[in-house]
Design a protein around this ligand. Sequence first.
Ligand SMILES: Cc1ncc(COP(=O)(O)O)c(C=O)c1O
Length: 394
Amino acid sequence: MLPYGKQTIDAEDIEAVLSALSSSMLTTGPAVSQFEARLAEATRSTSAVALSSGTAALHAAFAAIGISEGDEVIVPAITFVATSNAVIYCGGTPVFADVDPDTLLVDPVDIESKITPRTKAIVAMDYAGQPCDYDRLRAIADKYNLILVADSCHSLGASFKSHPIGSVADLTCFSFHPVKAITTCEGGAVTTNDSELAARMKRFRSHGIDNTHSQRTQAGTHQYDMLTLGCNYRISDLQCALGMSQLKKLPAFIDARENIARIYHQQFTDTPFVSLLKQKDFRTSANHLVVMKWDHQSSGVSRDELFRHLRDQQIGVNVHYRPVYQHSWYRQQFGENLTCPKSDAVYQQIITLPVFPLMSEIDVHRVTKTIKEFATSITAFATTPETVSIAAAG
Ligand SMILES: Cc1ncc(COP(=O)(O)O)c(C=O)c1O
């Protein structure tokens, strides 16, 4: 099965991990702060805090800005559940905003319509690696005195108006899961230009305790104080050694993804029933995902039928994401009636196509050929004049 995403690990990465494994500190040693310094440099932010996952990064970010019971945080309807779960971990309430069906990026107009006196933050999610419209989101955040948090788990290596993602929102959360731009196996980080928020997140990742084991050793003391309630969200030296090695290759990984995305765009310019998401100006995408929309209404064939066909052909397509409030737990907590109409409609159309740096051009062409043949076979079977004209219009 051709996977939809996959890590790229080379001999240098393996050597970096082996060398960390032979050092005296396996967790929270020097590699953690070195990795944080390199991440801050790569994202042109002043602080980076590395954590055990992207989910931990989101939780730490919401905890640092003081999200608690009674606070509302506006999140996109189409995102991974972790984005809104992390609000709930802090006792806050996620409020879902609709997305633009052309890009699946959160719609600033819908965000503004959902602001109440309880709203404390808005979350941008850079779907598929394309940055949100940070100018408009920043204007809304400033107008209503809200904190702008970016879930940039898809967009490390992307930029908005030449600013690297990681330096644009108040807090930016990344994931280093194996399918992401770089990997630390599991892992994540938050970047910010606010040193006080960074200090809070560092405490939060280690139980809310005011100093680290290394600091106590250096100071010759055994004492520590737990200032706030935190978690064990620490990341190990092994993972950060891998992260540093991977980060060096980020530009090459992004170039490889861009090349694959370009082929997909070229190949699908005139395929009936198929369109790709639109790329907006003044942004570069990390091309974490290539997502196509299947016109199930004109074709009369459901997205899931195409999905099954591609899986049968050993093409590991995926779907990102079902609107969060449609999941059972959310329906139990928030009721059955939540809806964001554009998200609900576009969810029926989307399929994520394989893209990862080591994917060969032959594989990309195999994917596009299989989809084109599927689409053409439907066009060929269209018998009534009405269906033919719809199919021809594509
Ligand atoms: C948009 C988004 N947010 C949050 C996460 C959570 O990251 P992690 O899996 O590292 O906890 C992911 C990872 O899949 C994601 O894609």
